[in-house]
Design a binder for this molecule. Sequence first.
Ligand SMILES: [Zn+2]
Length: 252
Amino acid sequence: MDFSDQALIFKLGKFKEADLWVRLLSPDRGVYTAFAFGGSRSIRRFCGCLDVLNIVSARVEASRTKEYMVLREASLISCPSRLRTDLGRLGIAVNCLKFMEAFDIPPDSAAVSYQLVNQLLALLEEDDSPPPLLPNLFRFCFASLQGFAPQINTCRICKADLSNFSDYYFQTLEGGIICPECLRKSRPGPYVRLCKDALTALQIVQQGRPHAWKHIDFGFNREMRAQCADAIDGFIHYHVGLAWQGNYFKRI
Ligand SMILES: [Zn+2]
């Protein structure tokens, strides 16, 4: 049960005057919570590094009764600076972390989840013009990594290669895309029409690598941007089963 770990501080809070609970995302263990006794005071053991979005090296042990985990020591590996002062960027990062929090991140998807969120934070920290729709793009990519990936290269019904068409229809309830011929032949239910650029954008986003997202040309194509946002929002709402409830994502 005792281990040393590199982890991102995902969330934290006080439970006594000087004691903290810390939720960490580790590339090996997924999300876990540990109690840092004296966490808001002990410079010797925590170096003032217990803050959300910091990456720390942590030493964790089981409590004496084996009922919970105790963060014994932590030291700082890296911390964002631009994110701490730019509230717009910080808001995007926190929104993305809250979306992740709504999932149980099992150990087998911990490494890709950790990598994705670190790439997102690096983009927000380093890039002068992060892409529009970044929270939406992150949700689509992260949900895909967690096993909710919609098939977006072939028609959900006839399996035709979608590159043979020029417009497509994202079926909100089914969470998949159909071709124009299947749209004509079936009862499609609610859907979002996608142009070729919108489909290409979703394909790029689903592959991960947030640094590639800034090359998607949303700026000059408002219609395509709206199509992507509507398709992703519908997918997350109806297929993943999460909706934004003012300050957090709730299972619906
Ligand atoms: Zn089809």
